[in-house]
Design a protein around this ligand. Structure first.
Ligand code: ATP
Ligand code: MG
Length: 500
């Protein structure tokens, strides 16, 4: 008997039918992958299944019984566990408290710390997290938070596990570990609904795949009967001839950025690098290899840093991001939440926050110019919305990311630093974002692109700088691009002293 059967599921929001009569059936022990472009309706489906939002029409059955959850608590009771796309941990509470929020072990009425710590430690070990259960969640990095969310979903009895882009912030190693856990669970008959924009993951972990487009069910197939090209076509409704836009030869511009002996902390190794105008420089390395910290320091977001930063030959004092922006730098950080999307403002206003001087005249904001600029950008980025007056809150996760990215692309600064620019972005829009980055380089801007997606760096960069253990381990020019060479450099710092 199927674990879950969904028939004619329909969900409407003002102006958009997010789910339009969707059927879905999931068998015990199956990993059923749900894919579709940003805004296709995947997370809406998750919200209906988990009881967070009621559908407008359609029926659901769980193990043959009618299933009509009135709240997320009903979903939990029915044995459904969910890892949502947006992390929902309570930052002030400890890891252990977050893991067992609704069922803290008690003895004589007070929370039993010892039992709680022990149970929490077990779950953390399972997902490969080596940290004290008493650590406050606010001290964790995004990848660690994601692993805590996953650990939370694994606690207690579960019959249907739903994961909405769980690997977006994980390293390949952490992803591998997650897949092992999923395999173990499915062997015991647990059914899994798995959402991801990483197509290679679908082939690795999926049994069947269901494609959604504009809220409609397009196809359900065995993974083994599919090719990547077919998958992409049914997802975006057109062929994508190339994975990456062609990289045109660009004239070597003048030196734009020069970083000399930058130290993130007094004991850290000194970092030196340059970026020319019109150059796309990739920044590779394992997570925690110091890439993000170095970028933050270049941008002046890290006050402890020392060293020399010059933009067009002029020294910039490492004081404050505002100084960096005034000097002509912008920075899209990997933590999109912290970039301050204002959820209850329209798309247009959110996109223009970084470029206000360009669109205001005599100190007044020119609304028409703002809307026109935002509309053009939103079209290029394929933001699925009813127009740029729509509030950001009503956008899907991936489309919210496009708005943040759009803001920095609109800022029009000489040097743009982007950290994980296409995380959570669907394949079609990825191509457009790569094209936009290359267009900026064509226009003479310098780009530093940090990415954990090595094919992405090899696809669009002129040169790749590789970080390893806080230091720059080497640099590879486009003519010598080779995935293995980059990976060897990325691991090199960690291998020292291991051999012999
Ligand atoms: N609260 C809301 N109010 C209005 N519209 C909404 C709301 N939530 C979602 N939508 C709309 O429903 C549609 C489906 O969104 P959903 O979040 O399900 O997409 P998704 O497939 O998960 O996309 P992504 O890959 O970006 O996460 C989108 O057009 C979105 O704008
Ligand atoms: Mg989503």
């Amino acid at each position: 008997m199927a674990v879950l059967e969904v028939s004619g599921l329909t969900k409407r929001y003002p102006g958009v039918t997010a789910l339009d009569g969707v059927d879905l059936e999931v068998q015990p022990g199956e990993v059923h992958v749900l894919i579709g472009e940003n805004g296709a309706g995947k997370s809406t489906m998750v919200r209906c299944l988990s009881g967070i939002e009621p559908p407008d029409a359609g029926t659901m059955t769980l193990h043959g019984q009618p299933y009509q959850p009135a709240s997320a608590a009903d979903g939990l009771k029915a044995g459904i566990r969910v890892v949502h796309q947006e992390l929902a941990l309570l930052p002030n509470l400890s890891v252990a408290e977050n893991l067992f929020l609704h069922r803290l072990p008690r003895r004589a009425g007070v929370v039993d710390r010892a039992t709680l710590d022990r149970a929490a430690r077990e779950l953390l070990t399972e997902v490969g997290l080596d940290l004290s259960p008493r650590t406050p969640v606010e001290r964790l990095g995004i990848a660690q938070m994601q692993l805590v969310e996953i650990a939370k979903a694994l606690s207690g009895q579960c019959r249907l596990l739903i994961m909405d882009e769980p690997t977006a912030t994980l390293t390949p190693k952490e992803t591998g570990r997650l897949f092992e856990i999923l395999r173990r669970l499915t062997e015991t008959g647990v059914a899994v609904i798995y959402i991801s924009h990483h197509l290679e993951e679908i082939f690795e972990i999926g049994d069947r795949v269901t494609v959604l487009r504009n809220g409609k069910h397009i196809d359900t197939r065995d993974v083994t009967s599919l090719t990547t090209a077919e998958l992409v076509r049914s997802m975006v409704g057109r062929d994508l001839a190339h994975e990456f836009p062609p990289v045109r030869a660009r004239p070597q511009g003048d030196e734009l950025l020069r970083v000399t002996n930058l130290r993130v902390t007094p004991a850290a190794p000194p970092l030196s690098l340059t970026v020319r105008a019109g150059e796309v420089v990739g920044v590779a390395g394992l997570v925690n290899s110091g890439r993000t910290e170095a970028m933050r320091a270049i941008f002046g977001a890290d006050r402890a840093a020392t060293g020399r930063i010059e933009l067009r030959g002029r020294p910039i004092r490492l004081r404050h991001p505002r100084t960096a922006v005034q000097a002509g730098m912008s920075f899209l950080t990997e933590d999109r939440k912290a970039q301050g999307l204002v959820l209850d403002l329209p798309i247009a206003a959110n996109m223009s926050l970084a470029s206000l001087p360009a669109i205001s005249r005599f100190g007044l904001l020119n609304r028409a110019a703002e809307a026109a600029a935002a509309t053009a950008l939103a079209q290029k980025l394929r933001v699925a919305s009813r127009g740029v007056r729509q509030h950001v809150r009503a956008l899907s996760g991936g489309n919210q990311q496009k708005v943040v990215l759009g803001r920095w692309l609109a800022a029009d600064t000489d040097l743009l630093i982007v950290d994980e620019p296409t995380r959570g972005i669907d394949v079609g829009a990825r191509y457009e974002i790569h094209q936009l980055l290359l267009d900026l380089a064509d226009a003479g801007k310098g780009l530093l692109v940090v990415s954990s997606d090595l094919p992405e760096l090899l696809g669009i960069c002129d040169r790749i700088i590789v970080f390893s253990r806080g230091a720059i381990a080497g640099e590879v020019p486009r003519a010598e691009f080779d995935a293995e060479r980059v990976l060897n450099l990325a691991y090199s710092g960690y291998l020292k002293g291991v051999s012999a």
